[in-house]
Design a protein around this ligand. Sequence first.
Ligand code: ADP
Ligand code: MG
Length: 255
Amino acid sequence: AGIDVPELRVHDVTVRFAGLTALDGVSFTVAPGSIHALVGPNGAGKSTTFNVLSGVYRVASGSVRFGDAELTALAPHRIAALGIARTFQNIVLTRGTVADNLMLGRHTLTRAGFLTSALRLPHVRGEQRAHRERVREIADFTGLGARFDTPVSLLSYGERKRVELARALCMEPKLLLLDEPVAGLNTAERAAMARTVASVRDALGLSVLIVEHDMGLVMRMSDEVTVLDFGRRISGGTPQQVQRDPAVIAAYLGG
Ligand code: ADP
Ligand code: MG
């Protein structure tokens, strides 16, 4: 609701490492406001795709468009500034409290105004207060309200996964990239995380691209699914279409 979310169009993307084609002509589209899952056996190219989308890896060929912007030549911070935020397969948090970590997520939003407002302290303080209020809202929304001033070192693994999600949301993204958001969580925590992601999408209207191994969860929470295997897109469509695609069944049985 409210934000203008462009379509993400990945077109014919190839990524090579020495002697290995990690992505081989991959194409898919993430519709505005949809939850789109990227699945496939280990080594299929899921994390590589995220690294392309966030500007960490360069493509050998192909294009990635987010609305009118071509992402393949942009540095990571330029891509973040366009409204694409990601979490990592392995949690990367700094020391300090939940609030500290979430304020770091505001970094891309504050930096532009930092120099110009340096001479007007009340303005800066007002801006900081506004950021802190928004960060507080996001913490409440992601189930971290009671942990706001708690050092992250004291949090459970499941809570730290939530801090990662919340920190990405603090960038006010239009597209959220989640790399295995429920890995390492128990059944109840998985269901809770899925509900949080769905409510975030419903409330904010952003698009979500999610890499996840838990197929049951992916099938329940996604609008659309893209299946990769050995760097190629082998299937795509609604969860129902993908689930009964013989190519998908073969890839998972074979892997
Ligand atoms: P997935 O996330 O689907 O498990 P990845 O995208 O991590 O798969 O990896 C796809 C393939 O690319 C694998 O064979 C992996 O070893 C290779 N790969 C990924 N990143 C690199 C890298 N930085 N250097 C060399 N090979 C890589
Ligand atoms: Mg991976």
